[in-house]
Ligand binder design. Structure first.
Ligand code: CUK
Ligand code: CUA
Length: 665
């Protein structure tokens, strides 16, 4: 008891010292006689600090946590978190340790501040995510993944998946903007994505709920014969910063519900692992008196971990051993099974999570209905596959490896272990959903959890500083909790989610901050050292961010004009404090209008917006940016157009008129 007081007492001492230093630096009377009095104010500060602690009912541990997370104005955080924005379809960017929200990147869902999805060039990116003729403008985002070089984050790109609509997006971290969305032509939903291979050659996207490949109608009575899972290997072209769809390919998987995936690294580079549940192939049918999928899929004691040798699969694909389905080259199971490219091994009851250790030597899988983390030994798996030592085959002819012989070990974790991340000391941290704890254990010697930290409440994913790379940092961990219950001011029946920052620098894990996530349920997130990310500050004048090049229709100052060609009207416009040129546009009802606008601003953080009232047109014009907006002038009338960003003292005056003359009847 006494010892504890001493330890935490030092935190207050540190705070006192910190405030004394700050007091001196900021003091306008520095060097004068009164200064000494102010200096003795240090003690006063300490006394008032005690008062403050009392008044706010703060413990010394609270003060220490505050010291660890407080960011003075103007100081920058040490890490970025790129968090899935869940059902919001967009990415949340958060600073660590302050847990301040820095940005919401518009990805799958229109984001009006960024002018994302309101008539500008970003619309074309969103169009890429259409499924067939269906325009989809939301997502259930689950797993963001940063680009890697040699298994380490390189800070260049971010990939995210949309579980609900089976899509993957590419975000460029040079300007934190979404550059591409690709739609999965085979699967109806995805989950094991977007995971990158160690040099970002591929972005992996595996399906979740089985469906006929290409999503044709097939009655559920033919589930076993016609329904399938799939793993797409999207080829990433780093030079272009885009996925090359034509060089991408897929694997056919059995209709077990594939869940999470991870790419091998170092020792296991060239391989990928996908866990699954529902080896029972249950399809529900509750109205017909059949069990719900919930229980139908929980009958067997074992489900299957899928082991994919993607390097070898790539060779077979290049050798033309594929079948083309919905425009995608697919390596079918009758090729991949016998070739040892796809194999299975049992996984204890309803597994979740699939996380390769930093050394690439093992794969850790949790179990929603199991109390263990199961640790597979990659070297053993590789050996068994090479020797074709299968214990049996599944109904699709895929070899099943002998479970016990693939293991490094199993660790009793607790109730409902899900996901695992790592630190730099050989520790694994597993999220335990039902028990609502973070369990720390050693993946080197498989000891029982050495420590458990209660979190509030019901943790799903877990993330740590570079905690899924070949060189984790340790230092910080975040518990991504599904429920917040009593943690924040009540806001009605839909509660925020709760990110809890955990300090890993001490001997024990220590909870140091809570952050409400008010815009959806994030699943996975990643934390990268801030100095690895090097965003630009302004665009080169006339740049179209979606091509990354100078736009052919960019406009220079003095060259503004309106060009009419039949019913086609092109407006070449510039924006600079505090006017648009031209500021009067008159067209006729039914004209096809394109407004090409270039921001002539060159200074940092000098952003304009451009909107036309009632026309659902709205773009953001960061310095140097060029946007093209095409629309039909189908609404006659008088429409003010104006700048939506408070850019100068005369911002309100940054306006003009868009007039649409009615058609003569
Ligand atoms: S899943 Cu959400 S808690 Cu989609 Cu990664 Cu495990
Ligand atoms: Cu430009 Cu306000």
């Amino acid at each position: 008891m006494r010892k504890r007081t001493l330890v935490v007492g030092s935190a207050v001492a540190a705070l006192v010292i910190a405030s004394a230093i700050a007091g001196c630096e900021n003091s306008p009377t520095n060097g004068k006689v009164e200064d000494k009095k102010q200096g003795s104010g240090t003690l006063g500060a300490s006394a008032s600090l005690q008062d403050l602690m009392k008044a706010r009912n703060l413990s010394e541990a609270d003060v220490e946590a505050a010291l660890k997370t407080y960011m003075p104005t103007g100081k920058h955080d040490e890490y970025y978190i790129f968090a899935s924005g869940g059902q919001s379809g967009n990415v949340n960017v958060i600073g660590v340790p302050s847990m301040r929200m820095l940005k919401v990147i518009g990805v799958f869902t229109p984001e009006s501040w960024q002018g994302w999805g309101f008539g500008g060039d970003g619309d074309k990116v969103l169009e890429g995510g259409n499924q067939g003729n269906h325009k989809i403008r939301w997502a259930d985002m689950h797993h963001p993944n940063l680009s890697e070089t040699k298994g380490d984050y390189d800070g260049k790109y971010l990939f995210v998946n949309d579980k609900a609509n089976a899509r993957v997006a590419v975000i460029d971290l040079a300007d934190f903007m979404t550059k591409q969305i690709v739609a999965n032509p085979l699967a109806a939903s995805d989950h094991g994505g977007a995971f990158v291979t160690p040099d970002t050659d591929y972005v992996i996207e595996t399906s979740q709920y089985p469906a006929p490949l290409g999503r044709d109608y097939v009655p559920l009575s033919e589930y076993k014969e016609k329904y399938r899972g799939t793993a797409i290997f999207w080829k990433f072209d780093r030079q272009k910063g885009r996925i090359d769809v034509s060089k991408s390919w897929a694997l056919e998987l059995p209709p077990y519900t594939q869940d999470l995936a991870d790419a091998g690294k170092l020792d296991s580079d060239g391989w990928a692992f996908v866990n699954s549940w529902n080896s029972e192939m249950a399809t529900g049918g509750t109205l017909q008196g059949k069990p719900a999928i919930e229980s139908g899929s929980s009958q067997n004691d074992m489900d299957y971990l899928h082991i994919i040798n993607w390097k070898k699969a790539e060779e077979l694909v290049n050798a033309g051993k594929t079948k083309t389905i919905a425009g995608m080259r697919v390596l079918m199971m009758d090729v991949s099974g016998p070739e040892g490219v796809l194999a299975l091994v049992g996984q204890p009851k309803s597994p979740h999570g699939c996380d390769v250790t930093p050394d690439g030597k093992a794969i850790v899988v949790g179990g929603k209905l199991d109390t263990h983390a199961t640790i597979y030994d990659f070297a053993k798996i590789k050996q068994l596959i090479a020797e074709k030592k299968y214990e049996s085959k599944d109904p699709y002819g895929l070899g099943i490896l002998p479970f016990k012989e693939t293991l490094q070990g199993q660790v009793e974790i607790g109730l409902g272990p899900l996901h695992t991340v790592y630190d730099d000391k050989g520790n694994a941290f597993t999220s335990v959903f039902i028990e609502s704890v973070v369990a720390k254990w050693s993946y080197k010697d498989f000891k029982k959890p050495v420590e458990k930290l209660k979190v509030q409440y019901n943790i799903g994913h877990i993330l740590a500083a570079e905690g899924d790379t070949v060189s984790p940092d340790g230092k910080y961990l975040v518990a991504m909790n599904k429920m917040s219950m009593d943690r924040f001011l009540p806001v009605g029946p839909l509660y925020p989610q709760n990110f809890q920052l955990v300090d890993l620098t001490g001997e024990k894990m220590r909870l140091i901050a809570d952050m409400p996530l008010p815009n959806a349920e994030p699943h996975y997130s990643q934390m990268i050292k801030a100095d690895k990310v090097k965003p630009i500050k302004v665009y080169k004048p006339g740049t179209n961010p979606f091509t990354g090049e100078l736009d052919p229709a960019r406009v220079e100052g003095g060259k503004e004009k309106i060009v009419r060609n039949g019913t086609k009207v092109d407006v070449y416009m510039t924006a600079i404090r505090s006017h648009f040129t031209p500021d009067q546009i008159e067209v006729e009802e039914g004209d096809d209008v394109t407004i090409h606008v270039t921001s002539l601003e060159t200074s940092e953080d000098m952003t304009h917006g451009f909107t036309i009232d009632l026309y659902n047109i709205n773009v953001s014009l960061e310095p140097g940016k060029h946007e093209n907006m095409s629309f039909k002038a189908d609404m006659p009338g008088t429409f003010p157009m104006y700048c939506t960003e408070f850019c100068s003292a005369l911002h309100l005056e940054m306006q003009g008129y868009f007039l649409v003359k009615p058609k003569r009847k």
